[in-house]
Design a protein around this ligand. Structure first.
Ligand code: GLC
Length: 648
């Protein structure tokens, strides 16, 4: 059961698509008002677990932490970081009492979940809010009910489930060709190469640097012959530049956010001073979305949207260096400093919604969501096939329009672990097509870390190696003994019949693709606490290797399972009884488990998805039949009718 409660007149985020009845008296939380901030409090029993909150740091059980919903571009992804790029205000309490709560507000909200041992949940909402309370029998059932209410996830084409290579620093055709041939020569599968901001003319959206890409359409066609798609980046802000068509049009039509004085707000991002499109207005979304035509006309089928928190380096009001220094000095110790938007100046510009002027600070968290919506709606009108789209910033609702990646992580073991922890929490909030920068964005990734990270990314729907400029080159073929990389990445392609089927079934059944063990084995107290193993789809459990120098780890099986080790050639299967086991995997190997009575289909693999057969499979495990989802990989018409039952 799901009921909504109104506190004031909240902004309509369109996060929930279902008609939900409005209740008159909510009993889960007590509500008080302190200086205009609404405070919701609910007790927590000592053994209650709290799941959800999407892209937040720390573990799967969010207890003990403080999380601030205020989208920000800050790469310090440590456990104390209160905010990240997206805000996902849904959580579920799992104990003697079970319920879900979604605080639907686009403004800043603070979640303290048993923080400092308080024994309560305390949510502070700075603006009006629509609170949804979801009741159900189990945490898992509550999440599934919520997923139905927020609508079906975005579905990318099959090729987007292949492996992608990216780097901030690929500048021209030559750089991209080198990557293609590096991969093909080493025999490591690859489906797409991302183009970061250097493909543009001076970082201006919807332009191409003509010197670096003299004939982009022809180049893109050529790449496709090699089975490679090019995936350009699109940033939120538009460079302020006379004569530049997008800028001029936006100015003439009044499509940019306004400043305090009623002029266009000026903020610095990669291109220098820019204006921010007012994505909250439907006509602006339509205009921006149709701009992708310059790429689709060249045959481009995939995009990543970036800097859409929006990320602002400084604004027309904060560019004063002395002021900057003062703010930095005085807020150095304040973990909310960036998250509060002082630095980014989020209170100095305005949107226009239904003719009403709204301060950005009040609707901050839906900005990236509305950009993704603009792109998705534009692309849906421009092409009749599915396309790849993933965004850095998001809010619940954005999952219907695109996927997401988890932003600027670092090449370190802690961030590999965080990648695993993020996945189920994001799934609970609707984001099924997600993944991290494999190998890490900042810092220099070593061989061991890259191989172990790839071995996790094999299972994440978005599997992309991305890194920053001036870091060590992170393409797999540059790390020597490339057969180890062939082994891991080939496994992804062999498992695609499973990964694609399980992803599509999760989408169509409003289900999760990554589930914590607690959701599948709720009666098993030990399993419920495990955060370094994960259920993937309906048949599989994974136990990634996430410690430096370790090729051995303990794994706990809540039920008997088939242990599968892939060594680059064969799937070695052994039956394991329930309980604790030690597993061993060298750097080129991946171990996973097939649940009792279930099957995992494996195909022949391929160098890219164009030659992949989804239905030519063998089976691992002791089950009898498997529901395989297979289609042409690009039709928009995804439906449960495409499931076929295959017998072992
Ligand atoms: C941002 C993105 C990163 C990208 C860089 C340059 O930091 O998160 O992925 O490489 O901008 O565009």
């Amino acid at each position: 059961m799901i009921t909504a409660y109104l506190y004031g007149e909240p902004f309509d985020t369109e996060a929930v698509v279902e008609e939900v009845p409005i209740g008159d008296r909510q009993t889960r939380f007590t509500v008080t008002d302190e200086d205009g901030v609404r405070i919701f409090r609910a007790p927590l029993a000592p053994s209650d677990a709290v799941y959800g909150l999407g892209q937040t740091m720390r573990g799967i059980n969010k207890r003990g932490g403080r999380y601030v919903s205020f989208n920000c571009d800050d790469p310090r992804h440590n456990d104390e970081m209160p905010s990240m790029y997206g805000s996902h205000n849904f959580f579920v309490v799992d104990g003697a009492e079970k319920y879900g709560a979604f605080f639907d507000t686009p403004a800043r909200a603070v979640f303290e979940i048993g923080f400092k041992g308080s024994g309560e949940i305390c949510v502070r909402c700075e603006r009006d809010v629509k609170l949804y309370i979801i009741e159900g029998e189990s945490a898992y059932a509550i999440v599934r009910r919520f997923l139905r209410a927020i609508g079906r996830s975005f579905v990318p084409p099959l090729w987007a489930f292949g492996f992608g290579q990216s780097r901030w620093g690929y500048k021209n055709e030559k750089d991209i060709e080198k990557v293609l041939f590096g991969y093909r020569k080493a025999g490591i599968p690859l489906d797409y190469i991302c183009m970061d901001i250097d493909y543009m003319d001076r970082y201006i959206d919807f332009t191409l640097n003509k010197r670096r890409f003299p004939n982009f359409a022809a180049f893109n066609r050529e790449m496709k012959k090699f089975g490679i798609r090019l995936v350009p980046i699109v940033d939120a802000a538009i460079k302020e530049e006379k004569g530049e068509p997008t800028y001029e049009e936006g100015v003439q039509k009044g499509y940019f956010c306004k400043n305090r004085e009623g002029g266009y707000f000026r903020a610095a991002v990669w291109p220098g001073m820019t204006h921010l499109p007012d994505f909250l207005r439907p006509e602006v979304r339509k205009w921006f979305g149709r701009k992708y035509k310059v790429y689709t006309d060249c045959g481009v089928e995939g995009f990543w949207n970036d800097m859409n928190e929006p990320s602002i380096f400084y604004s027309e009001y904060t560019k004063n260096k002395a002021l900057h220094k003062y703010i930095l000095k005085n807020h150095k110790e304040d973990p909310d400093f960036v998250a509060n938007g002082f630095f980014s100046d989020y209170a100095s510009f305005y949107h226009e919604v239904n003719g009403k002027k709204i301060n950005h600070y009040d609707v901050h968290n839906v900005y990236g969501y509305m950009m993704t919506r603009a792109s998705c709606e534009g692309l849906s009108a421009l092409t009749d096939k599915r396309f790849l789209l993933f965004s850095r910033s998001s809010y619940i609702g954005a999952h219907r329009y695109g996927g997401m990646w988890t932003g600027d992580n670092t090449s370190c073991w802690a961030h590999l672990r965080q990648n695993l922890l993020h996945m189920p929490s994001l799934n609970m909030c609707g984001f099924l097509f997600s993944g991290a920068d494999t190998g890490g964005f900042m810092g220099n990734c070593d061989r061991e870390l890259l191989l172990r990270w790839l071995a996790l990314s094999v299972f994440t729907p978005l599997m992309r190696d991305h890194t920053s400029k001036s870091t060590r080159r992170q393409e797999c073929y540059r790390y020597g003994k490339t057969e180890d990389f062939v082994s891991i990445v080939s496994l992804r392609y062999k498992l695609l019949p499973y990964i694609y089927s399980e992803f599509m079934k999760a989408v169509l059944n409003y289900d999760m693709y990554f589930k914590p063990l607690a959701f599948v084995f709720p009666e098993d107290r030990r399993a419920a606490k495990i955060e370094d193993q994960m259920m993937v789809g309906g048949s599989m459990m994974i136990a990634p290797f996430m410690e430096k120098g370790k090729s051995e780890r303990t794994v706990y099986l809540p039920e008997p399972m088939t242990c599968v080790k892939y060594d680059g050639n064969n799937f070695l299967c052994r039956f394991f009884p329930a309980g604790e086991h030690i597993i061993i995997a060298e750097l080129h190997e991946v171990v996973f488990f097939v649940r009792k009575g279930k099957l995992v289909p494996v195909g022949k693999g391929a160098q890219d998805t164009s030659s992949l057969r989804l239905d030519d499979v063998e089976f691992l495990g002791d089950g009898e039949q498997y529901e395989l989802y297979a289609d042409d990989g690009y039709t928009r018409d995804v439906s449960l009718d495409r499931i076929r039952i295959l017998k072992k």
